[in-house]
Design a protein around this ligand. Sequence first.
Ligand SMILES: Nc1ncnc2c1ncn2[C@@H]1O[C@H](COP(=O)(O)OP(=O)(O)OP(=O)(O)O)[C@@H](O)[C@H]1O
Ligand SMILES: [Mg+2]
Length: 231
Amino acid sequence: MRITVLIHLEKEDAKSYDAVADQVTEGLRQHGHEVSIHGVHGNPRQLIAGVARRKPEVIFNLMEMFGDNLLGASGVAGLLDLLDIPYTGCGPGEYYLQEDKVLTKKLLAFENIKYPDFAVFSQDAGLETGGNLRMPLFVKPLRMDASIGIDGKSLVHNAIDMMKRVVEIHERVHDAALAEEYIDGREFYVGVVGNLEPQAFPPIEMDFSGIPNGPPRILDGKAKRDTNTDE
Ligand SMILES: Nc1ncnc2c1ncn2[C@@H]1O[C@H](COP(=O)(O)OP(=O)(O)OP(=O)(O)O)[C@@H](O)[C@H]1O
Ligand SMILES: [Mg+2]
């Protein structure tokens, strides 16, 4: 197939892109596909023009944001829907659901799946709480990913520290703050792929044994992105 890998560029004139685009391209080529890469920062016209020029049968969508908008993925998927080109990954609605951690919890609740009790502190609205919270709490941005706004101080043991953290998230991340019960224990990831018949991959366990004793065993922003730290 003729496939275009769509990837986010850090800046409008960036010369390089995230290494994952080459990994995907290589994997697809090994399977005999004709693959091109289209890097876009935040210009919708450029996105559309590049796709029109390459005329892919499928877009391999790696755009998790658009321009500087960390929540731009749903808009990109919506645009691809309008252009009527099939693409990998989820559609605009699914992006919207998965980026809001509380909306996700509410859906899980309907299916009787357990989740940590929580409270949401919006920047401009009243408090929304899901139950009687017990300390310690884990305070994080409501809609971010990649552990943005998550570090050693995310775990709080009293209301004063919780409110300090809430204000920090409002001011630095410009997102609502979610305080949820801290779940101690092992950490597992389960990937799911597919549409009508979703298929779960085997669970992967995060191994925290290399983290020095002391700080909470969490996968914070440093652990995910900063290669120069112990985390
Ligand atoms: N309630 C909690 N109890 C214990 N640890 C938590 C809790 N919430 C988050 N963590 C820790 O913080 C990490 C990041 O949290 P979370 O996955 O919610 O953030 P994210 O930004 O959505 O990350 P991703 O991009 O991987 O989805 C988790 O992997 C876990 O180590
Ligand atoms: Mg997440």
